[in-house]
Design a binder for this molecule. Structure first.
Ligand code: NI
Length: 256
């Protein structure tokens, strides 16, 4: 069920049965020499829409721009500042809360979005707390990234091990190959080597600026061997992740 394809009256009826929806969030940023600039939002969107279709769960339009400042050394990247993404996410939370939603599930495809969206959620609660709201908020937010879904996480480790890497991963490329028939499979170019210390320093998309990123990772990837991606693996990842997303979403909606 896609929000943008429904009427407001239909959304009102949906709210009578279910208090929540999924908001896919991603990025528009370089993904190395072989993979799509839209990879992060295409992955979150494909999995969320499959979940919505198969389990009658409402899915909002995808937020296709994220916090990607460290990729701005590569053309095609379009980033929001961290503060901008926080402001956008906060406005979406406030809009949904004002119109009757009490469970908002952000389904993420880009590590750089995690801190700004968590910040938005806390801004929403802080406004209530500091205003001295006397009753607990009914509005709960959850943020999870698609690769945290247990079945997909296990499969990507099994298929790719250390070659999964951190950016332009074969698992995310596989999902785009399955979701986008026009996407071209990556070539057989292995990723450049990166030191273990460098990885520990920057884990979780905790990079410095764009010029520093391009100097450290000149081909845009961080270890990931994108060419291991296949459509078949992408189909399996989408099926596993969308099934786990449905379970987690229902538990989230039912939790106090
Ligand atoms: Ni990505």
């Amino acid at each position: 069920m896609r929000l943008e394809m429904m009427t407001s009256a239909a959304v009102e009826r949906y709210l009578g049965d279910c208090p929540g929806l999924i908001v896919p969030v991603g990025a528009t940023e370089q993904h190395g020499p072989d993979a799509l600039i839209g990879t992060d939002h295409l992955c979150a969107e494909a999995i969320a829409r499959r979940c919505g279709r198969e389990h009658d769960i409402l899915v909002a339009p995808t937020l296709a721009y994220g916090m990607s400042q460290f990729h701005l050394g590569f053309p095609g990247t379009m980033s929001l500042r961290p503060s901008t993404l926080t402001a956008v996410a906060l406005d979406l939370i406030c809009s949904l809360a004002a119109t009757g939603f009490t469970r908002i599930y952000f389904f993420n495809g880009h590590g750089g979005n995690v801190a700004p969206i968590r910040c938005a959620v806390q801004e929403y609660y802080a406004a209530r707390s500091m205003a001295g709201a006397a009753t607990p908020t009914p509005v709960h937010c959850r943020l999870k990234s698609w690769w945290e879904m247990p079945g997909a996480d296990a499969l990507r480790r099994e298929l790719y091990g250390a070659q999964e890497g951190y950016h332009a991963t074969p698992s995310e490329v596989a999902v785009t190959l399955a979701a986008c028939p026009d996407a071209i499979a990556p070539f057989n170019r292995p990723p450049p080597a990166v030191s273990t210390g460098d990885i520990l320093m920057h884990a979780g998309d905790n990079y410095y600026d764009a010029a520093d990123f391009r100097r450290r990772y000149p081909d845009g990837r961080v270890i990931s061997h994108s060419a291991l991606a296949t459509r078949e693996a992408g189909d399996r990842l989408i099926a596993l992740a969308s099934a786990d997303l449905a379970v987690d979403f229902r538990a989230f909606c039912g939790a106090e």
